[in-house]
Design a protein around this ligand. Structure first.
Ligand SMILES: [Zn+2]
Length: 334
């Protein structure tokens, strides 16, 4: 399960406990991903004039900063692209946007492709205006070119739940830093040569005990048990998700009826959950679940509600958070 962090919590892991005031003074943190130089061309796959103009406004905001130059290409085969989707299930629940780094790389480990998404359904549901949608687009372009999240509540377009922040000076400084030190980052570039997905939510949880309390609070159902069946649905046009069957041994929250229940562990239509990230039959887990409008259980917050029983024998039952490998005692999880 060691790789689960790459897909499900790449955003979360970047949420440090830096105080917001300090973080907004310092340059926005950078990820391992870089284009070979501070420019990239993207193909705009959005079909609506409205969303095409949002991506264009985001590009212009970046270009005005002179820290990075985005250009639009008519080449449909471009490995860097922007697009919009309208999705309300699986990994897209409450996700305003996503960025997929490392669609492709050159020999030095520089990224040559990334994908940037806006989720129309969530942006519409929460009534984002055009300027706010543009801020999310600027944020996704920020991930794509190599920025991580700034602190929760920070005055930065890379605020993890950004809605109102435009491109800020701290963000520009972050990009300048990233692209002015190519030699020092060569090793990091080589190790970056695998894809990573950042999912941006309306609501985010910090990577500490309060975050887990947030998960506990928001989960409608918390149960413990053993995975007895795991069915992958890795065929387009279906989402890349897995249906898990759990033999329930303990119920901590919610009214899950019966001795077994099924829930989905999600991926996206663009990216499958890799085998190492999927729960397997025989594993003992504690899961925090939500219920869709259709009455189906799913792991809340893109799989962040999954904890593996580590079976220690010192009298405490300990659980490892699949998203970030933090260990919790059972009573911290309900
Ligand atoms: Zn983000």
């Amino acid at each position: 399960m060691r790789k689960s962090v790459v897909l499900f919590a790449s955003c979360l892991v970047l949420l440090t406990s830096l105080p917001a005031a300090a973080a907004t003074k310092n340059p926005t943190p950078i990820s391992k991903y870089r284009y070979a130089s501070k420019k990239a061309a993207y193909y705009n796959k959005s079909t609506s004039a409205y969303y095409r103009s949002i991506w264009t406004a985001a590009r212009k905001a970046w270009n005005k900063s002179k820290a990075f130059k985005w250009s639009a290409t008519k080449n449909k085969k471009s490995r860097t692209f922007t697009t919009t989707v309208s999705k309300a299930s699986g990994i897209w629940i409450n996700a305003t946007g996503m960025a997929y780094n490392g669609m492709s790389f050159d020999k030095a480990g520089h990224q040559t492709g990334s994908a940037m998404y806006l989720n129309r359904s969530v942006l519409k549901k929460y009534k984002y205006n055009k300027k706010q949608r543009t801020n999310v687009a600027i944020h996704e372009m920020g991930h794509a070119l190599g920025l991580s999240h700034n602190a929760k509540g920070s005055v930065s377009v890379m605020n993890p739940a950004n809605r109102v922040q435009p491109l800020r000076n701290v963000d520009i400084r972050g990009v300048k830093k990233a692209y002015s030190t190519p030699v020092a980052t060569r090793k990091a570039l080589a190790s970056a040569a695998k894809p990573s997905l950042s999912v941006d939510h309306i609501k985010d949880y910090s990577n500490n005990i309060y975050g887990v309390e947030g998960l506990v609070h928001d989960a409608g159902t918390i149960v413990e048990g053993t995975i007895t069946k795991s069915v992958g649905h890795h065929q387009t046009p279906k989402n890349y998700y897995t249906t898990q069957t759990l033999k329930v041994s303990d119920k901590f929250k919610g009214a899950a009826a019966g001795t077994t229940l099924t829930f989905t562990q999600g991926g996206t239509t663009q990216m499958a959950v890799t085998d190492s990230e999927v729960l397997h039959p025989g594993e003992d887990v504690l899961v925090m679940l939500g219920k869709s409008a259709a009455g189906k259980y799913y792991v809340i917050n893109d799989g962040q509600g999954m904890f593996l029983d580590t079976h220690t024998s010192n009298g405490h039952e300990l659980f490892e958070h699949v998203s970030d490998h933090t260990i919790y005692t059972e009573d911290m999880l309900h």
